[in-house]
Design a protein around this ligand. Structure first.
Ligand SMILES: NC(=O)c1ccc[n+]([C@@H]2O[C@H](COP(=O)([O-])OP(=O)(O)OC[C@H]3O[C@@H](n4cnc5c(N)ncnc54)[C@H](O)[C@@H]3O)[C@@H](O)[C@H]2O)c1
Length: 425
């Protein structure tokens, strides 16, 4: 294909905007030719920026999908519960599909998406962005080259962070399992996918423990009000929305996220109004949240390698931490840099990151955002599906691990992955 891959964007929110930036920076590789979003302000702002024609702007992905195919591919960047239907419908129309994670909130829908893309014979790339970073490539190379010897175990922490958890998983869009899925799926399907990739073997069983420990009415301090703006104990509360969001006004990075999710009026007056009326001003002990705030998963991989994954709200907001234990060496990494301790020399040495160009290519997630859309655009242009680092069945496998872990958490039982294949989710 000698022209850029044309894409229709479904969902002009934070992620849609990130992927649009790729098309702006690399117009020879991708062009956004249609945008669908019920929020006219977001849709038109993005469509104006990208030069999308008026008759290619839609109020819902369904309106776009009611027409004949008008691009090579779709980017599905709608909320989690609006992933499966547009992916399945658009695959049926012959669009290749770049799909935000999770594939869908339920196992049955996830399997339905993968069946649909296989039946339509279109390319599916699930946005497992961590696979597309220079850091991941380097860690994978260390393991694959045998520098650590036989891999015995992995310890992996996803430190969600106290305020990020309160923002997204207590007050925000990912607070309820019935709306977006369990937090292990929405936050950590990436991590499960990453662990599987680095270990290089399929998982055979998972066990998990965890709960919604803290953000419940039972932990509400006496004197707390339903909204932080009215609350007497707000000054000493770690989760004060007033302190958090007003504090972000002076921080350019935090204005972009998460403040722009709270309000489009990024002034003190605008933020106060949003905290008075909107979901992000609510007391964390008086929300309708139900997802787990601390969870541990033990994964048994084929061949006996074990890994533990801890997802926790009760940390500083930071990069994932990983320790890989091998018979000849030990790797410790933080999502950006890693060191290997060699057991022969006893010395710890930094791991050299190749792919620096990819990270410099931009987007968030250490270059993974642009990495995934770039690989997808190139795969569509060339027909080379091997450019997608996690194919449909492998992505489904990673999601299977999350659903199985949730089942284990709820039943207290170890779950064999073969059982999950037939479970309804
Ligand atoms: N890969 C990652 O690392 C990563 C990171 C963050 C979010 N996500 C996922 O990306 C997706 C989008 O997240 P976001 O933060 O951009 O959310 P967002 O709320 O900022 O954007 C979603 C957009 O979809 C629009 N929308 C809702 N219903 C629609 C419909 N019927 N038709 C068209 N548009 C519709 C909304 O109006 C909104 O503008 C979510 O599934 C989220 O879980 C992935």
């Amino acid at each position: 294909m000698s022209r850029p891959v044309t894409m229709a964007l479904l969902g002009a929110g934070a992620r849609g905007s990130t992927f649009s930036s790729f098309a702006e920076q690399f117009p020879e590789r991708a062009q956004v030719v249609a945008v669908a979003d019920p929020r006219t302000d977001r849709r038109d702002a993005l469509a104006d920026r990208l030069g999308v024609a008026q008759d290619r702007r839609f109020g819902d992905w369904r309106e776009l999908a009611a027409r004949q195919r008008l691009a090579d591919a779709v980017i599905v960047a709608t909320p989690d519960r609006e992933h499966a239907d547009p992916a399945i419908r658009c695959a049926g129309l012959g669009y290749h599909v770049l799909l935000e994670k999770p594939i869908a909130p339920t196992w049955a829908e996830c399997a339905g998406v993968v069946d649909a893309v296989e039946q339509a014979d279109v390319i599916l790339a699930v946005c497992h962005v961590m696979r597309y970073t220079a850091y991941t490539e380097a860690v994978k190379q260390v393991v694959a080259a045998g520098r650590l010897g036989q891999i015995i175990g992995v310890e992996h922490l996803e430190p969600v962070g106290w305020w990020h958890f309160a923002h997204s998983y207590v007050r925000g869009n990912w607070r309820r399992a019935d709306q977006s899925g369990p937090s292990l799926l929405t936050k950590c399907c990436h991590d499960l996918d990453w662990l599987r990739h680095v270990v290089g073997r399929p998982a055979v069983a998972v066990s998990s423990r965890g709960a919604l420990h803290h953000f419940t009415a039972a932990n509400r301090p006496s004197g707390a009000a339903d909204r932080c703006l009215d609350c007497l104990v707000e000054p000493t509360c770690p989760y004060s929305a007033t302190r958090l969001y007003l504090g972000f006004l002076d921080d350019p990075k935090r204005r972009q996220w998460p403040l722009s999710v709270v309000t489009t009026d990024l002034t003190e007056r605008g933020v106060r109004r949003a905290l008075r009326d909107g979901p992000y001003g609510r007391c964390v002990y008086a929300c309708d949240n139900d997802v787990t705030d601390h969870q541990v998963v033990t994964i048994e991989f084929d061949g006996g390698v074990t890994a533990t994954l801890t997802m926790s709200a009760f940390t500083p907001h930071g990069r994932r931490r990983t320790r890989i234990m091998g018979s000849r060496g030990f790797l410790e990494g933080d999502g950006r840099q890693a060191t290997v301790t060699d057991f022969v020399t006893g010395k710890a040495e930094p791991v050299t990151l190749d792919g620096a160009g990819q990270t410099a290519a931009g987007g968030g997630h250490g270059g993974g955002d642009f990495g995934v859309i770039g690989a997808f655009a190139d795969a569509v242009a060339s027909g080379d599906r091997s450019l997608i680092r996690t194919g449909p069945r492998e992505s489904l496998d990673s999601h299977r691990m999350a659903f199985a872990a949730e089942r284990s958490r709820l039943t207290g039982l170890r779950v064999e992955l073969s059982e999950q294949r037939s479970a309804a989710g």
